[in-house]
Write a protein that binds this ligand. Structure first.
Ligand code: SAM
Length: 266
């Protein structure tokens, strides 16, 4: 194998490479990989996190968009013949294709921050194939994912993530652990999809619509945001006070509204 060229971090691919071995060990300990598990890493980069995992599981799938990183990754991980590299865009990747009836996948990654929210939505839509997810994200995104009703960062991302998953914020990582250093703090989050959501909706697209409409103007009341969708009788039927702001509703409230609207539409 010829020696790969040195790689300059690319901003457009959200490249901030982890170089802090203490942090890498701590993330791997949180993931707790076991031999035989099917772990899929998004954006392995040069393999900083990959090696800590594949040295235990012995096999791994990674999805990397930057083709110039792949020869570097292969050189760094040459000891592991069962590393499968998918040169692909994780935003379009079918993660369900790597799971089986018997074995759900575990997904990990120090995600490219520029696409982390749409990428999480893409993964949530495939949650049935996923046992759990551990991600490094901008701390603010982790705070949004884990926010509870009434928190200032509680919004659409919190509701949709918590519809599908139990969400735990694990620990904060400072900019100095990366090269180049990002401008903001990062954090590790664990998201564990429920086998069946505790409050299921009959149509997930409808829940997405209802949550989006509800948070359209977060300083306004529910009555305002749901004008043309819910009238006073409807609010009474779902037992929700229309003078509240959307950030007061929990996942179950949004599910109740959604199933009510679906029922009404027949
Ligand atoms: N895991 C490495 C580490 O911790 O040092 C790299 C993390 S870096 C923050 C993000 C990685 O995701 C980069 O390797 C980047 O090329 C890759 N990436 C960016 N966009 C991607 C996409 N759409 N699909 C797959 N990988 C992507």
């Amino acid at each position: 194998m010829s020696k790969p060229q040195p790689h300059k971090a690319r901003k457009r691919f959200g490249q901030n490479f982890l170089h802090d071995h203490g942090v890498i060990r701590k993330i791997v300990a949180c993931i707790g990989p076991k031999k035989g598990q099917r772990i899929v890493e998004i954006g392995p980069g040069k393999g900083a996190l990959t090696e800590g995992i594949i040295s235990v599981t012995e096999r791994m799938d990674v999805v990397e968009l930057d083709r110039d990183l792949i020869p570097i990754l292969r050189v760094n991980l040459f000891r592991y013949p069962d590393l499968t590299v998918h040169e692909a865009d994780a935003m379009k990747f079918d993660f369900t294709s790597l799971s089986t009836e018997e074995q759900a996948i575990r997904v990990v990654g120090n995600l490219p921050y520029n696409i982390s929210t749409p990428l999480i939505f893409h993964l949530l839509s495939q949650a049935r194939a996923i046992e759990d997810m551990h991600f490094m994200l901008q701390k603010e995104v982790v705070d949004r994912l884990a926010a509870r009703p009434g928190d200032s960062l509680y919004g659409r991302l919190s509701v949709m993530a918590q519809y599908y998953c139990a969400v735990e914020s694990l620990f904060i990582v400072g900019p100095e652990s990366f090269d180049p250093a990002p401008k903001v703090d990062s954090a590790i989050v664990r998201m564990t999809p429920y086998k069946t959501p505790p409050h299921p909706v009959n149509d997930i697209k409808k829940l997405e619509d209802i949550v989006r409409i509800g948070f359209q103007q977060r300083r306004k009341t529910l009555r305002n945001n749901y004008k043309g969708v819910l009238d006073n009788d409807d609010f009474a039927a779902v037992n929700i006070d229309p003078t509240l702001r959307p950030e007061r509703l929990d996942v179950e409230d949004f599910v109740r509204i959604t199933n009510y609207v679906l029922n009404k539409e027949g």
